[in-house]
Design a binder for this molecule. Sequence first.
Ligand code: GDP
Ligand code: MG
Length: 201
Amino acid sequence: MRTALIIGQANAGKTLFLLNFARYLGLRRAEMTVQAVAGGSYARPCDLEADRPLLVGDEPHTTRCLQSLAVSLPARKRARAVRLTDSTGLLDGIDEDRQVRLAVAQTLRALRLADAVLHVIDADRVGRQGRSAIAEVERQVARYLPLRSPYAILANKMDLPAAARGLVTIRGTFRGRTVLPISALRQQGFREVRRFVARYL
Ligand SMILES: Nc1nc2c(ncn2[C@@H]2O[C@H](COP(=O)(O)OP(=O)(O)O)[C@@H](O)[C@H]2O)c(=O)[nH]1
Ligand SMILES: [Mg+2]
């Protein structure tokens, strides 16, 4: 199955985006495939609405491994099943927590295997804190992927007041890249994301 990998810093809104985008594509209940950092994977049933408090949180590193949902992408002839994979937050430097370190290494491995990459950035935080809110590792990921590769930045939390300013900073930092403003919370901008994903998966 072709895979879109969701990356970004902790708290950018990756997991909320996964859940709400899957809902937007018509999914309600699903099997969430969890790939343990140590290897091996298992599936567990997931209710996209009821399980949200469990999966989305203000605590960084709520997501400590890769977790995927299979969704059906509407296409011209017939719908295609694709995988959306959520990952551990990318961060600068080496985290003291070994589990997080291993999970970040797992994310970087997955980056090479993904058919499309969705890079979620908290535009509101960038608006409030400026360019320094974008981590060096995020710039490096963008530099590492060729300009024409299936890579889009999702400027998230556009429902919050400082996000408009953040969006300008994000566009200036990642020149030449596709930047799609979204609100994972309000499911805004999802049509453009779907179009982007459908082009590559
Ligand atoms: N206002 C607003 N909050 C959001 C949005 N997306 C995520 N959040 C909040 O940001 C926090 C982190 O979200 P989460 O999905 O767990 O981030 P992750 O660490 O990247 O997976 C949670 O409190 C979410 O409710 C958004 O579009 N707008
Ligand atoms: Mg998460």
